[in-house]
Design a protein around this ligand. Sequence first.
Ligand code: ADP
Ligand code: MG
Length: 695
Amino acid sequence: MKVPSGFQFAGLQAGIKPNRKDLALVYSQAPCSAAGCFTRNTARAAPVLDAEARLPATGMHAVVVNSGNANALTGPEGLQDVKAVCEAVARALGVPAASVLSASTGVIGHRLPAAKIVAAAPLLAQSLRPEPERAAEAILTTDTRIKMAARAVRIGGKDVTISAICKGSGMIAPSLATMIAVVTTDAAVGPSALAGALRRSMERSFNALTVDNDMSTNDVVFALANGLAGNEPMVDPGPELDRFAAALTEVCKELAKDIAADGEGATKLLEVEVAGAPSDEIAMELAKSVAGSSLVKAAIFGADPNWGRVLASIGARAGTAGYDVAPADARVSVQGVEVYDRAPAGHDGAVLKARMREPEVRVEVDLRHGEGSAVAWGCDLSYDYVKINADYTSLIVPRPDGGVAKDDRLANYSPAFKQQLLVEALGYIRRFAGTRCVVKYGGAAMVKESLKKSFCDDIGLLRSVGLRPIVVHGGGPEITRTLEKLGGKAEFVDGQRVTNTSDLKVVEMVLTGSINTDLVTLLNQEGGHAVGVSGKDGALLRARKLLPENGGRDLGQVGEVTRVNKDFLDLLLQQGYVPVISPIGIGEDGQSYNINADQVAAEVAIAVGAQKLIYLSDVPGILKAGELVEELNGAGLAAQLEDGTVQGGMRVKVRSILKALHNGVQRVHLIDGRVPHSIIGELFTDKGVGTLVTP
Ligand code: ADP
Ligand code: MG
């Protein structure tokens, strides 16, 4: 994304939220005109009160935003904390304290752990970069993705850029819509003209948005203009300012739609256009009443063409406000299909239902009562919205150091949630009974003792609900550490470890002698069903030397699997044992080979006819441009290998997965082994946690 000249961004984890980035900074060395639009909620948060009193203004340099804590309804300390944060950031940047603005988002009613932000300020300032992604990530709360937009516009013969980052997902309601946005531009424009343009751009963007009709305490949209584009400062009013405001509106509109589509629990974006209203303002109000109606939203979730609810909510709002509008005379269409025209219109219900399953649903209403029109955005209302919001503060516990943490033991959730979860899980348990599943435990993910323990608990659970797990483990960091201790060094080609004959002894010692034994011991603390086997035992893994790819480097004693002794594994599985395999193979020549564990896992899965193959690694799944790819098929995965999205150790995994899919394995899951119990989350819930690959 193109960002305006002279702006820099940073995002990091200051410890306000347990495991995610939570502090963002937007900075311009050149002083800026600044303006803001704020929530109309009278329960305003402290940073809103502070910024509102100081804007519009000139000479501004930075906006610091934290997530994880709203600093709202926090008493008199709230404003002191804002001051402390702005001062610390100003000090770190070497600018006046009055030139820094702040915003907060997160839980209401807990004191802001300002000391953590103050402590993080120097690092935040040092990590400024021209790319806005990390800042965009750090301002998120329940959002599932980052939100950024940009436009270029010619002003006074100069190229001006406008860009923005924003967050918003729940508590999103008209005027503004709950959210934080920071708009940056290199245009030269005075603060009051900027404020006017910003206000204008809100009307048809953020003010046209509703997710849940709940207005937040912390809404704020900041605009910073540093003038580095070199245009003559825009005159207010004037055609240049109009053009600027139009481009600004486009940026904000794009973000508003992103927010709606990423509403809490949302599965679809809802766009409602109302035309033929007595005025634009009335059209907007009616469009928002439709987009915000719980009944309309629930119908959109179910792809149910229940247009009666659309006219009912328009009639209700018009009647309450006394607008001269007769819904009976209207025309209504959904996804371009006419469903009502002064009377119910005949249409193919099945076709319309299918079209309503698309990720964007558009409802159009022509009231035939004037020239006013408007578009509003919202989203559907799903079970997940309630899940996300039913327990939000019950799970928040204060920490001794002043912050808050999430205590999400199941005991703290509502009975309804627990029941739902169990019903969902039990459905899977029934389906999985008796199926075989191979789990590759990544070397990189198995470094922490507590993680190993929770992994072993999970394998025990899988076994006790009737799944037949086989574990294949890697060696990763432990092999590297041992080699280095012995004076050698680790080298990788395309994710495969180069292994010379003397290294092989070390590799075998660590894999079979140490890691395998450890896992088996942990697994057998209860039950005693795990059996540790090296690929050499019972000639489980027959191997041959992996030949270098044309012109490639010789990898030494690295092998590939030629045959898996399926009978041996069948025997163990039939007796209820959990085989734990270390990836050392034996050649027809009697030599030992180090085999990449990803490949072994795939070959074993193919050999035993496993329905599932699971890779636990040290990443959330397959990442593309930093974002998790939740689901893809074999062709999609092959494309990622081709286009270079997948690198290093992930390449071996992907090639192994493709082979497994070609040979009968139905589902492959890539999940984060660093997250305790991620296997359980992936297998026993409808929406998994990592990447799911199907044929
Ligand atoms: P393991 O011990 O799980 O085999 P590896 O280091 O061999 O660990 O492989 C996982 C690594 O692959 C990740 O840590 C990551 O750095 C790298 N990787 C490369 N490209 C991607 C991608 N597109 N998505 C996820 N991880 C990737
Ligand atoms: Mg690897």
